[in-house]
Design a protein around this ligand. Structure first.
Ligand SMILES: *[C@@H]1O[C@H](CO)[C@@H](O)[C@H](O)[C@H]1NC(C)=O
Ligand SMILES: *[C@@H]1O[C@H](CO)[C@@H](O)[C@H](O)[C@H]1NC(C)=O
Ligand SMILES: *[C@@H]1O[C@H](CO)[C@@H](O)[C@H](O)[C@H]1NC(C)=O
Ligand SMILES: *[C@@H]1O[C@H](CO)[C@@H](O)[C@H](O)[C@H]1NC(C)=O
Ligand SMILES: *[C@@H]1O[C@H](CO)[C@@H](O)[C@H](O)[C@H]1NC(C)=O
Length: 161
Protein backbone atom coordinates (compact mmCIF):
# COMPACT_ATOMS: atom_id res chain seq x y z
CA UNK A 1 0.00 0.00 0.00
CA UNK A 2 1.09 3.56 -0.68
CA UNK A 3 2.48 4.83 2.65
CA UNK A 4 0.66 8.13 2.27
CA UNK A 5 -2.68 6.32 2.03
CA UNK A 6 -1.69 4.20 5.01
CA UNK A 7 -0.98 7.27 7.09
CA UNK A 8 -4.18 8.96 5.95
CA UNK A 9 -6.15 5.86 6.93
CA UNK A 10 -4.46 5.67 10.31
CA UNK A 11 -5.19 9.34 10.93
CA UNK A 12 -8.83 8.83 10.02
CA UNK A 13 -9.12 5.92 12.43
CA UNK A 14 -7.44 7.91 15.19
CA UNK A 15 -9.66 10.89 14.48
CA UNK A 16 -12.80 8.79 14.69
CA UNK A 17 -11.86 7.03 17.91
CA UNK A 18 -10.77 10.34 19.42
CA UNK A 19 -14.05 11.99 18.58
CA UNK A 20 -16.16 9.68 20.67
CA UNK A 21 -13.96 8.98 23.66
CA UNK A 22 -15.72 9.16 27.00
CA UNK A 23 -13.50 11.26 29.23
CA UNK A 24 -15.40 10.97 32.49
CA UNK A 25 -18.58 9.73 34.10
CA UNK A 26 -19.67 11.18 37.40
CA UNK A 27 -22.73 10.68 39.58
CA UNK A 28 -24.40 13.02 42.03
CA UNK A 29 -27.75 13.53 43.68
CA UNK A 30 -30.26 16.35 43.06
CA UNK A 31 -33.27 16.09 45.34
CA UNK A 32 -34.27 12.45 44.84
CA UNK A 33 -32.79 12.15 41.37
CA UNK A 34 -29.53 10.62 40.35
CA UNK A 35 -27.65 12.73 37.85
CA UNK A 36 -25.05 11.16 35.59
CA UNK A 37 -22.67 13.45 33.74
CA UNK A 38 -21.01 11.77 30.82
CA UNK A 39 -18.29 13.98 29.38
CA UNK A 40 -16.77 13.14 26.07
CA UNK A 41 -14.55 14.45 23.33
CA UNK A 42 -16.23 15.88 20.29
CA UNK A 43 -13.83 16.24 17.44
CA UNK A 44 -15.78 14.60 14.64
CA UNK A 45 -18.89 15.66 12.82
CA UNK A 46 -19.99 12.01 12.62
CA UNK A 47 -23.15 11.41 14.67
CA UNK A 48 -22.41 9.79 18.00
CA UNK A 49 -24.58 7.07 19.48
CA UNK A 50 -24.86 6.70 23.22
CA UNK A 51 -26.12 4.34 25.86
CA UNK A 52 -26.54 4.69 29.60
CA UNK A 53 -26.88 1.43 31.46
CA UNK A 54 -26.83 0.00 34.95
CA UNK A 55 -25.17 -3.29 35.81
CA UNK A 56 -26.57 -4.72 38.99
CA UNK A 57 -26.00 -8.24 40.24
CA UNK A 58 -24.33 -9.06 36.92
CA UNK A 59 -27.41 -8.06 34.96
CA UNK A 60 -27.30 -5.15 32.57
CA UNK A 61 -30.26 -2.79 32.36
CA UNK A 62 -30.41 -0.19 29.60
CA UNK A 63 -31.61 3.15 30.98
CA UNK A 64 -31.39 5.30 27.91
CA UNK A 65 -29.76 5.00 24.54
CA UNK A 66 -29.81 5.05 20.82
CA UNK A 67 -29.12 1.38 20.16
CA UNK A 68 -30.20 -0.67 23.17
CA UNK A 69 -33.89 -0.66 24.04
CA UNK A 70 -34.43 1.00 27.42
CA UNK A 71 -36.27 -1.06 30.00
CA UNK A 72 -39.84 0.01 30.44
CA UNK A 73 -39.49 0.59 34.18
CA UNK A 74 -36.64 3.01 33.65
CA UNK A 75 -38.01 4.80 30.63
CA UNK A 76 -40.57 6.72 32.66
CA UNK A 77 -37.98 7.71 35.26
CA UNK A 78 -35.25 9.12 33.06
CA UNK A 79 -34.72 12.37 31.26
CA UNK A 80 -31.84 13.01 28.95
CA UNK A 81 -30.10 16.14 27.74
CA UNK A 82 -27.12 16.49 25.48
CA UNK A 83 -24.78 19.36 24.81
CA UNK A 84 -21.67 19.84 22.75
CA UNK A 85 -19.47 17.48 24.77
CA UNK A 86 -21.58 16.27 27.67
CA UNK A 87 -24.56 13.98 28.02
CA UNK A 88 -26.65 14.22 31.15
CA UNK A 89 -29.09 11.62 32.36
CA UNK A 90 -31.40 12.04 35.33
CA UNK A 91 -32.91 9.02 37.04
CA UNK A 92 -35.85 10.09 39.18
CA UNK A 93 -36.68 8.59 42.56
CA UNK A 94 -33.28 7.05 43.12
CA UNK A 95 -33.23 4.40 45.85
CA UNK A 96 -30.84 1.72 47.08
CA UNK A 97 -32.54 -0.58 44.56
CA UNK A 98 -30.80 1.42 41.83
CA UNK A 99 -27.31 0.94 43.25
CA UNK A 100 -24.72 -0.62 41.00
CA UNK A 101 -22.30 0.17 38.24
CA UNK A 102 -23.45 2.80 35.82
CA UNK A 103 -21.94 2.89 32.36
CA UNK A 104 -21.92 5.54 29.68
CA UNK A 105 -20.92 4.17 26.31
CA UNK A 106 -20.42 5.99 23.04
CA UNK A 107 -20.12 4.69 19.52
CA UNK A 108 -19.66 6.36 16.21
CA UNK A 109 -22.63 5.65 13.95
CA UNK A 110 -22.11 2.67 11.72
CA UNK A 111 -19.02 1.51 13.60
CA UNK A 112 -20.22 -0.55 16.55
CA UNK A 113 -16.75 -2.02 16.99
CA UNK A 114 -15.40 1.37 17.94
CA UNK A 115 -16.76 2.19 21.29
CA UNK A 116 -15.61 3.95 24.40
CA UNK A 117 -17.05 3.80 27.87
CA UNK A 118 -16.59 4.79 31.49
CA UNK A 119 -18.04 3.27 34.62
CA UNK A 120 -19.05 4.76 37.90
CA UNK A 121 -20.01 2.75 40.92
CA UNK A 122 -22.98 4.25 42.73
CA UNK A 123 -23.99 3.66 46.34
CA UNK A 124 -26.83 5.65 47.90
CA UNK A 125 -24.90 6.51 51.05
CA UNK A 126 -21.73 7.55 49.24
CA UNK A 127 -23.50 9.79 46.75
CA UNK A 128 -22.63 13.48 46.88
CA UNK A 129 -25.04 16.32 46.27
CA UNK A 130 -24.67 17.95 42.90
CA UNK A 131 -22.68 21.16 42.97
CA UNK A 132 -24.25 24.56 42.52
CA UNK A 133 -25.65 25.59 45.86
CA UNK A 134 -22.56 24.21 47.58
CA UNK A 135 -20.30 26.27 45.42
CA UNK A 136 -21.91 29.57 46.34
CA UNK A 137 -21.47 28.95 50.02
CA UNK A 138 -17.73 28.66 49.51
CA UNK A 139 -15.10 31.32 49.32
CA UNK A 140 -15.80 33.87 46.60
CA UNK A 141 -12.23 34.08 45.35
CA UNK A 142 -12.37 30.33 44.79
CA UNK A 143 -15.51 30.78 42.74
CA UNK A 144 -13.88 33.53 40.72
CA UNK A 145 -10.93 31.28 40.00
CA UNK A 146 -13.29 28.57 38.82
CA UNK A 147 -15.19 30.92 36.55
CA UNK A 148 -11.91 32.20 35.18
CA UNK A 149 -10.62 28.72 34.42
CA UNK A 150 -13.94 27.80 32.87
CA UNK A 151 -13.78 30.70 30.46
CA UNK A 152 -10.16 29.81 29.74
CA UNK A 153 -11.22 26.27 28.95
CA UNK A 154 -13.92 27.59 26.70
CA UNK A 155 -11.39 29.81 24.95
CA UNK A 156 -9.10 26.86 24.26
CA UNK A 157 -12.13 24.95 23.03
CA UNK A 158 -12.73 27.64 20.45
CA UNK A 159 -9.12 27.61 19.38
CA UNK A 160 -9.13 23.86 18.85
CA UNK A 161 -12.24 24.18 16.71
C1 LIG B 1 -41.46 9.58 42.05
O1 LIG B 1 -42.17 9.13 43.19
C2 LIG B 1 -43.31 9.92 43.49
C3 LIG B 1 -43.89 9.43 44.79
O2 LIG B 1 -43.94 8.01 44.81
C4 LIG B 1 -44.30 9.83 42.32
O3 LIG B 1 -45.43 10.63 42.58
C5 LIG B 1 -43.62 10.32 41.06
O4 LIG B 1 -44.50 10.15 39.95
C6 LIG B 1 -42.33 9.56 40.81
N1 LIG B 1 -41.65 10.17 39.68
C7 LIG B 1 -41.25 9.48 38.61
C8 LIG B 1 -40.62 10.26 37.51
O5 LIG B 1 -41.38 8.27 38.52
C1 LIG C 1 -34.90 16.17 34.52
O1 LIG C 1 -35.04 15.76 35.86
C2 LIG C 1 -34.39 16.63 36.79
C3 LIG C 1 -34.52 16.02 38.16
O2 LIG C 1 -35.80 15.55 38.41
C4 LIG C 1 -35.02 18.01 36.71
O3 LIG C 1 -34.36 18.87 37.61
C5 LIG C 1 -34.88 18.52 35.29
O4 LIG C 1 -35.55 19.76 35.18
C6 LIG C 1 -35.50 17.54 34.32
N1 LIG C 1 -35.23 18.02 32.97
C7 LIG C 1 -36.14 17.93 32.00
C8 LIG C 1 -35.70 18.43 30.67
O5 LIG C 1 -37.24 17.44 32.19
C1 LIG D 1 -20.50 17.77 18.58
O1 LIG D 1 -20.50 19.17 18.37
C2 LIG D 1 -21.35 19.59 17.29
C3 LIG D 1 -21.24 21.08 17.20
O2 LIG D 1 -19.93 21.44 16.93
C4 LIG D 1 -22.78 19.18 17.58
O3 LIG D 1 -23.60 19.52 16.48
C5 LIG D 1 -22.85 17.69 17.80
O4 LIG D 1 -24.17 17.34 18.16
C6 LIG D 1 -21.89 17.30 18.90
N1 LIG D 1 -21.93 15.87 19.06
C7 LIG D 1 -22.41 15.31 20.14
C8 LIG D 1 -22.40 13.83 20.18
O5 LIG D 1 -22.85 15.95 21.08
C1 LIG E 1 -17.54 -1.39 33.15
O1 LIG E 1 -18.58 -2.19 33.65
C2 LIG E 1 -18.97 -3.24 32.76
C3 LIG E 1 -20.14 -3.94 33.39
O2 LIG E 1 -19.90 -4.28 34.73
C4 LIG E 1 -17.79 -4.17 32.53
O3 LIG E 1 -18.15 -5.18 31.61
C5 LIG E 1 -16.62 -3.38 31.98
O4 LIG E 1 -15.48 -4.20 31.85
C6 LIG E 1 -16.30 -2.21 32.90
N1 LIG E 1 -15.29 -1.40 32.28
C7 LIG E 1 -14.28 -0.83 32.94
C8 LIG E 1 -13.35 0.02 32.15
O5 LIG E 1 -14.12 -1.00 34.15
C1 LIG F 1 -11.46 33.71 50.99
O1 LIG F 1 -10.25 33.12 51.39
C2 LIG F 1 -9.17 34.03 51.47
C3 LIG F 1 -7.90 33.25 51.79
O2 LIG F 1 -8.13 31.89 51.91
C4 LIG F 1 -9.48 35.07 52.55
O3 LIG F 1 -8.42 36.00 52.64
C5 LIG F 1 -10.75 35.79 52.18
O4 LIG F 1 -11.10 36.68 53.21
C6 LIG F 1 -11.88 34.79 51.98
N1 LIG F 1 -13.05 35.50 51.48
C7 LIG F 1 -14.28 35.24 51.92
C8 LIG F 1 -15.37 36.04 51.31
O5 LIG F 1 -14.51 34.40 52.77
Amino acid sequence: MNPAIGIALLLTVLQVSRGQKVTSLTACLVDQSLRLDCRHENTTSVPIQHEFSLTREKKKHVLHGTWGVPEYTYRARTNFTSRYNIKVLYLANFTTKDEGTYTCELRVSGQPTQSSHQNVSVLRDKLVKCEGINLLAQNTSWLLLLLLSLSLLQATDFISL
